[in-house]
Design a protein around this ligand. Structure first.
Ligand code: BES
Ligand code: ZN
Length: 851
């Protein structure tokens, strides 16, 4: 049943729940089309005379009692109300039996089935599809769970949160909100290990997978143990149960979920072997395993009071997983990767109709707010806080947070307060980062006279939907000054910009310096600095801050491309020479060199052109990138040939950062060389590769130059039995297709017998890949828009969450020319007019159209 008029939920309307849930006992009698759930809740009223409202969706109520007395209740579309008159003044027991249909649950929220296996996804509001319950994060309770499997014995493994008794009963002593509940049942096998905590407690570790996948869990297990150790040493946080389990499932809307003691993962973020997973996959597995594990403290032990506070757990946990990955690999490379992602996703979001604060103030469907802003800008905000107060005070504040709020459901105010206490500073202005949407711009003016250098910084925050008047934020601008010879004149220091305009003076300098601003990308802002090409070349060659070295090259590449697009000129020799100098510099990490050679994406260029007042032409952007790629390849042909040979990694595949970095640089060289050698090296590498990283970089190189036909069929024959590898096969053919071929490729592949549109990974590999092929998606005929809209309309009734997420592909529509805008608008309006459209997609399309 669907809500007729979707309601807007507001932060300002928060009221505590008038009952306390002292204990939850759940009994599941599993059956695919008729699962019975019996919930027994011990409840204490907190204020007399309140009705008891319980959330519930798609539940068939069998019976409900209060202290054993039957009640005659009629649920509505969103739950049921037990009138105060039916409730005693003191503690009572609520018991309720419902029937649900996991086999028909295609939304993958609540209890559903994936390849014969039962599993759950309860965040954010899925528990209400399992039983009637106050499904809100500030209601925390200890859970006991009893699971009775399928009667035919086809579910030998029965899992839930907490510690097991070995007979399908699970006890979780830690009070938790319902969104952290999990249940898994099926034919699964465990890869087992153990971990001894700092205080000497032994924790059993189990990764559950389908039989046959046991050999692909070693890396995930290793990443888990490293995460557990890291949280002890860096944050003083120990694990708190006797067992920690991870289950890999094939049908999952998201990446992974931090259910207490029983994380559930999209199998693509658990399973890895050298033949089937790329270096990037290994890196993601490490980061996501860490992320979900770190939630045990930042999310589970201390949770969110309401969903407006989502960044309290997600922004912080992303920041923690970024720190971890930096410690495990390279901080410089990790920072560049994170900033690339931030700009591609969050800056884009912030510049369009979906812009919202890190802590939103209203929503219709909370699933639509698991966004780049909440996650990635949320993590940046924590990073700025740490930069502003310093690492010691940051750690002190975190310790205080854990000590004071353990077992509580908290707000951003609680989080900020511990740092105010730890430092004695007033962080009121800092809090604006959570409340004001939009990416600040930072304009830079310089003055030089008599040994005094003055930097004047000015911040502006653009208007965003629903927010026009904005106040200056506190912006940490980490800065160093370089001399003309490239030596550092003034080492890094953090300038703190608090006013709209502020000047910073440096005295007694021997010469006018070249500033290196916003080192390490110390704040999520758009820096607008009219720095000369010569000075950027100097930074590229000499900056001591690796991020800014990369950034200097990046901005040169971007300028080059923008000029090529708007004036159809050839790239400057000096730029090509500088690129080659970095590419060949043996003192630089190969992973860094690979990043320095990567050109800004088509979408990034479209974003930049639009913000500079130019209407982006997707075909011209594509052509300019292609032409610059060729120019770099031709200019550096010999050097790339040498690099290609020199970066070969001898011996068997290992997923470590060093080997991965070499493969990344080698792959980049291959991609460039393919532009001029007709794919000769790529063909050889494709056939000879013994690992997926190299097989895929060769496959990608061939597809990019339009010579992938044979490889497509060879790859299919080799890998058609492996779902995760086949997702790559689908995605690359579409994302790397030439602009005029992408829609056709997507149509052909969505008609392929292996296309399973109900599987979110496969849907993303096709329709998501189309949306990522900027010029292909925006093909002038509008066929790309039409194809995506068709599929979103088809997917919506089955899986509204995934349909809604993918609808954000349209969020950049107002950037483009009138004709494209008209074509997109037709599709958005067609989606909006679909009868029975979900709340999820209705909200997204409505917001996008309101641009
Ligand atoms: N809590 C989320 C999973 C989630 C997201 C549940 C949205 C319900 C709705 C989990 O901790 C998470 O953030 N997962 C990310 C990966 C992570 C490494 C950023 C995901 O699934 O994309
Ligand atoms: Zn998370």
């Amino acid at each position: 049943m669907r809500d007729a008029a979707p309601q807007t939920i507001r932060l300002a309307d928060y009221t505590p729940y008038p009952f306390r849930i002292d204990h939850v006992a759940l009994e599941f009698r599993l059956a695919p089309v008729a699962t019975r759930v019996i919930a027994t809740l011990k409840i204490t009223p907190l204020s007399s005379g309140a009705d008891m409202r319980l959330d519930g969706e798609d539940l068939r109520l069998i019976r409900a009692t209060v202290d054993g007395r039957w009640l005659d209740l009629t649920p509505d579309a969103t739950g049921l109300t037990v009138p105060a008159a039916e409730l005693p003044d003191g503690p009572f027991t609520w018991e309720c039996e419902v029937q649900i249909t996991p086999a028909e649950n295609t939304a993958l929220e609540g209890l559903y089935m994936s390849k014969g296996m039962y599993c759950t996804q309860c965040e954010a509001e899925g528990f209400r599809k399992i039983t009637f319950y106050p499904d809100r994060p500030d209601v925390m309770a200890p859970f006991d769970v009893r699971i009775l499997g399928n009667e035919d014995g086809s579910t030998p493994v029965l899992l839930s949160n907490g510690n097991p008794d070995g007979h399908g009963r699970w006890t979780d002593p830690w009070p938790k909100p319902a969104y952290l509940f999990a249940l898994v049942a099926g034919q699964l096998v465990a890869v087992e290990d153990s971990f001894t905590t700092a205080s000497g407690r032994e924790v059993a570790l189990k990764i559950w997978v389908r039989p046959g996948d046991e050999g692909k869990c070693a890396y995930a297990m290793d990443a888990l143990k490293r995460s557990m150790r890291w949280d002890e040493t860096e944050y003083g946080r120990e694990y708190d149960l006797d067992i920690f389990q991870i289950v890999a499932v094939d049908d999952f809307n998201m990446g992974a979920m931090e259910n207490k003691g029983l994380n559930i993962f999209n199998s693509k973020y658990v399973l890895a072997s050298p033949e089937t997973a790329t270096d990037r996959d290994y890196e993601l597995i490490e980061g996501i395993i860490a992320h979900e594990y770190f939630h045990n403290w930042t999310g589970n032990r201390i949770t969110c009071r309401d969903w407006f506070q989502l960044c309290l757990k997600e922004g912080l946990t992303v920041f923690r997983d970024q720190q971890f990955s930096g410690d495990m690999r390279s901080h410089a490379v990790k920072r560049i990767d994170d900033v690339l992602m931030l700009r591609a996703r969050q800056f884009r979001e912030d510049a369009g109709p979906l812009a919202h604060p890190v802590r939103p103030e209203e929503y219709i469907e909370i699933n639509n707010f698991y966004t780049a802003t909440v996650y990635e800008k949320g993590a940046e905000v924590i990073g700025m806080l740490r930069t502003l107060i310093g690492p010691e005070a940051y750690r002190k504040g975190c310790d205080l947070y854990f000590e004071r709020h353990d077992g509580e459901a908290c707000t951003i105010e609680d989080w900020i307060a511990v740092f105010e206490e730890a430092t004695g500073e007033d962080l009121a202005q800092f809090r604006l980062w959570y409340a004001q949407a939009g990416t600040p711009t930072l304009d830079v003016a310089e003055a030089w006279s008599d040994g005094t250098y003055t930097l004047t910084l000015r911040q502006d925050l653009p208007e965003t939907p629903g927010q026009s008047d904005k106040s200056p934020q506190v912006i940490p601008v980490t800065t160093g000054l370089l001399g003309r010879d490239g030596a550092e004149l003034v080492p890094s220091q953090t300038l703190v910009l608090r006013e709209q305009t502020q000047s910073f003076r440096f005295e007694g300098l021997p010469e006018r310096p070249v500033p290196s601003l916003l080192r390490g990308f110390s704040a999520p802002v758009r820096l607008r600095h009219g720095i000369s090409r010569a000075d950027r070349l100097l930074l590229l060659a000499h900056d001591t801050d690796p991020f800014n070295r990369w950034e200097a090259g990046r901005s040169l590449a971007k300028d080059t491309l923008i000029t090529m697009i708007t004036e159809t000129t050839a790239p400057a020799e000096a730029f090509l020479d500088a690129v080659m100098t970095v590419a060949q510099d043996p003192s630089l990490d190969p992973a860094f060199r690979a990043l320095a050679l990567a050109l800004p994406s088509e979408d990034d260029l479209a974003q930049t052109l639009h913000s500079g007042g130019v209407t982006p032409d997707p075909d011209a952007i594509y052509a300019a990138r292609k032409s610059l790629t060729r120019a770099i390849a031709t200019h550096g042909a010999e050097a790339f040939g040498q690099l290609y040979d020199a970066m070969a990694v001898p011996g068997p595949y290992t997923p470590d950062a060093k080997a991965a970095g070499q493969r990344a640089l080698r792959g980049t060289a291959l991609r460039l060389l393919s532009e001029i050698d007709e794919g000769a090296r790529a063909k050889a590498q494709f056939l000879g590769a013994d690992n997926m990283t190299e097989q895929l970089s060769a496959f990608s190189a061939l597809l990019s130059i339009g010579k992938g036909t044979n490889a497509v069929s060879t790859f299919y024959e080799q890998w058609s039995g492996d779902r995760l590898v086949m997702d790559k096969w689908f995605a690359l053919q579409i994302s790397l297709a030439a602009p005029d071929k992408a829609v056709r490729a997507c149509k052909a592949l969505t008609a392929h017998p292996d296309f399973d549109w109900k599987n979110p990974n496969r849907f993303r590999s096709t329709l998501g890949a189309l949306a990522m092929n900027t010029a292909g998606f925006h093909t002038a005929s509008g066929e790309g828009y039409e194809l995506l809209a068709d599929w979103l309309i088809r997917l919506d009734p089955l899986n509204p969450q995934t349909a809604a997420r993918m609808s954000s592909a349209f969020d950049s529509w107002t950037r483009y020319d009138e004709k494209r805008q008209r074509l997109i608008k037709i599709e958005l309006e067609r989606i909006a007019a679909t009868p029975g459209l979900s709340r999820d997609v209705t909200e997204m399309v409505g917001r996008i159209l309101a641009a």
